[in-house]
Ligand binder design. Sequence first.
Ligand SMILES: [Zn+2]
Length: 214
Amino acid sequence: MQIIPFPNGIYGATTYLVYDEKSLDAILIDCTSSINEISKKIKENNLNLKYVLITHGHFDHVYCLNELKEKFQNALVFMNKEDMPLLNQVNTQCTMAEVEQINIPCIDGLLDENTKNLNLGEIPIKIITTKGHSKGGVCYLIENDLFSGDTLFYESIGRCDLFGGSISEIERSIKEKLFALSDEITVYPGHGPKTTIGHEKIYNPYFGSNYKGY
Ligand SMILES: [Zn+2]
């Protein structure tokens, strides 16, 4: 499996192109970076873009979806239902962030932890719902790589003061669900550098000193 980050999205958000070398199936995690750059990588590697998996409904994670869908009409976009109200307010978010408004992106399907048969080639994609940064935040675990959206960052966590965020919920999501994963899992956040579960258990200031062995 290969992972190509595009870290220059709107508000510094990262889009990840993830693909399986065997089947050449590809997915995007979020969609916020230059579609030309992403499209170039897809063509260079002869990939078949199957899905766009959205981590949550904030504008900076879906900003380029409309443009992507024009180029890749067969790619299906999935998101957690709990964040649909947030997505429907994308232009309120854009106004607050002082960026140009967009058409509300179209979502092809909804997912949650009960969603089955989401695969990259033959590799299963596990959905972990992690509310706290938003109500419908989702992390995607593919083999030993976790795409954590704005839930868990390198030595930080997502903000909880907007649109239904909750500090107690994000702490619970991270402690009970993400810290239950193996220490070796690499974490690819929606902003900033990658990290590992093991590193965050020790060095994340929100948990480090309070960490009691989840
Ligand atoms: Zn966010």
